[in-house]
Design a protein. Structure first.
Length: 279
């Protein structure tokens, strides 16, 4: 493969989730490594941290500018997010957004003036999406209100197969609702992996699937792309996207969280789809 992926397709795509499972990096190390990172820096978004750690992040950042996403995982209340945003006012730490579960009083966070991301559950899937989409339309994306879906398995969340992920992607595009993904996107293409992680979706698969979903493809076509295990046809599709098509993909798919940020990027570089960059 000699063609490269459009730079805009990967710009700021990967949120640094180093402190969350399975990475579980200590917060001081995560902040230090995020600030020092040079490899593939244009592709890396904010550092994701627990909302309860906002004051610690402020101290660890010192005088350095640091963009963070404050996280309250599903089942947690919104108060730590409010307190976290307030704790960072006037500091060098910029709040890139807050993330919370759909069962929380997340609408009240829109008044904070920062992007709000709502994780969509399996139970009440349609109702939760409709609620987020309605608020997203009302705010006219100022601030951004978007959905989030978990693509990797956890102890309490079974891995979503291609049909379930395709359902989410198409549902968001039908509602003109931006979204991000979290968990499991450690590799370039769909594959089975030994150990507890099992099957995983591929980054190229997801980008291609979002593109065809944005063109109005049905769930079955989107799901078929998510099952592709050969990088070549996915890369051929994505390297041929126009500027407008890339913009549509990234309007919809704003980011995904990854605890080992360089994993998918180093694989893309090995395929000569992006330039190799080193620490």
């Amino acid at each position: 493969m000699s063609s490269r992926l459009p730079r805009a397709l990967l710009q700021g795509l990967i949120d640094d989730a180093a402190v969350f499972p399975p990475g579980l990096a200590p917060l001081p190390r995560a902040v230090s490594e995020h600030l020092a990172r040079t490899a593939y820096r244009p592709c890396v978004g904010p550092l994701l941290v627990p909302a309860t750690a906002a004051a610690d992040v402020r101290e660890l950042a010192g005088q350095a500018h640091l963009r963070v996403g404050l996280i309250a995982r599903p089942g947690m209340p919104v108060e730590p997010l409010r307190e976290g945003v307030a704790a960072l006012v006037g500091s060098t730490v910029e709040v890139a957004g807050v993330e919370v579960g759909a069962a929380a009083d997340w609408e009240s966070l829109v008044g904070l003036g920062v992007p709000v991301t709502v994780e969509i559950p399996r139970d009440g899937f349609v109702a939760a999406l409709d609620r987020v989409a309605a608020t997203s339309r009302q705010t006219s994306r100022n601030p951004l209100v978007q959905a989030k879906f978990r693509t990797g398995a956890t102890e309490v969340w079974a891995w979503p197969d291609e049909a379930e992920l395709a359902r989410f992607l198409v549902a968001c595009l039908e509602r003109d609702l931006p979204f991000k993904l979290t968990g499991g996107l450690h590799h370039v293409v769909r594959a089975d992996h030994p150990g507890p992680h099992g099957p995983q979706h591929g980054l190229l698969n997801v980008l291609a699937a979002v593109h065809v979903a944005a063109q109005g493809a049905p769930e079955t076509v989107v799901a078929d792309l998510l099952t592709q295990r050969d990088a070549a046809p996915l890369a051929d599709l994505l390297t041929g996207l126009t500027i407008e098509q890339v913009g549509r993909v990234r309007w919809a798919f704003t980011a995904y969280g990854c605890c080992t940020v360089l994993d998918p990027l180093s694989e893309l570089a090995a395929l000569d789809l992006i330039d190799k960059e080193h620490e």
